[in-house]
Design a protein around this ligand. Sequence first.
Ligand SMILES: [Zn+2]
Length: 496
Amino acid sequence: MSVRLATLISAALALPAFAEVPIAQKDSKWYTDAEAVIAAREAIAPNTKRAKNVILFVADGNSLSTQYATRIWMGQKAGGLGDDFVLPQEKLPFVGLSKTYTSNGQTPDSAPTASALNTGIKSRNGTVNIDDAGDFDSCDAAATAGLTTFAEIVTDMGKSVGIVSTARLTHATPAAVFAKSAQRDWEDDSELPPDCAQKDIAAQMVDAADAGIIDLALGGGSRGFFPNGITDENGAAGRRLDRNLVEELKAKGWQYAWNRETTLAADTTKPILGLYGESHMNYEADRPETEPSLTDLTEVAIKSMQGNENGYYLMIEGGRVDHANHAGNMARAVTDGEAFALAIEKALTMVDTEETLVIVTADHGHGLEFNGYCGRGTPITGLCYDVADNGNEHAETFAQGLDGKPFTVAGYMNGPGSVMVGEEGANDWTGTRKVPTQEEATHIDYLQDALVPLPSESHSAVDVPIMAAGPWAHLLGGVVEQNVIFHVMLKAVSTE
Ligand SMILES: [Zn+2]
């Protein structure tokens, strides 16, 4: 041992075990609240029991920044400044980060990311549960490179499987629970190439129902299930060329629901198909009372799943956070984010996390960001107020750019809200920044400032959070590949 090392060790040993300096701030609420958090975290013990049930909540495109905005939005609606509000998913004890890139995409789409959650491996953009040995857009790939899904595995264990989504049931995220498709757009047979060896996604859902793999499906997209020339109870036109899949499922004992009333009245001891609209369901901000909320669907789904004493796998998707972000319209992204949060809150009142693994995550993020030194209490969807020098709430003056104009708290890197768009939407890229009033900026239809002009704002490649409670949820820590989430679900249901 060197003299220097020996000196260091003896110096360390001489340190007192406890600091005795008086702490001036020890009675601050910030300080005592933080002490309470430490005490609460010390009491969290890993649960290593076998999980009877798994609920996977996925909000499509719910980047950490979108979840942040939803937090502030809900906190401000509740009358606070917003920042200290805690979303239901933020109360779950275990958090990790999910790396969402795919086998060929630095930036992913929802098909391979949902596949990663349901199969435990990464795959190529645009494909649903297809291994890289099969080509994108190839009719043969599903037969030769189709992957085994978590739903198939737990069905073999005697569990029920349910899907809830505010997007079309044939859209990428719900499709990844039951389908194998070399092209995510092959949602119904009108979109499938002629003589294709694989079936369309809607037809695969009926096959999965026949095989006992899917026991409940509630969401949008009735057009993929009804034939061309038939309109459903909501007046939505079907577009299938071959079969009436709704009549087929009804003939096999499935109940069919088409609005809030028929969904809440459904017999939860039998399989349920709910179809609410031709394409995606409405954004929460536009949802008529006759359409079920995500919370309504979650409640019916869990009641239905709980009828199986062997347990269940339920995937619940807030499908339209993604679409509102694509539209550059953060107000609808946060109102759908709120609907997603309320559905989680409902689910947590209905299940016991001693036996149910609950995971909340996103498939990928969006290029939404928050800049500008805004004061607390600034409306999250509106213009940025300056930080006040004293007190806790914002100043009454707007923060300004060098052009002397105010700016929105949130902005997108690209999309339809581009500041480069010319007068009255002209595509001449001569635009200048808008000067809205606070009232205009906080309107539900307002598009946040964006930079690069694109018709649809794009996904982001940045990691998304994983929040979890229940058996083996403690394994969902650290920065992990997205496909690891499947392996935690598998370990949870199959542990001895
Ligand atoms: Zn998207």
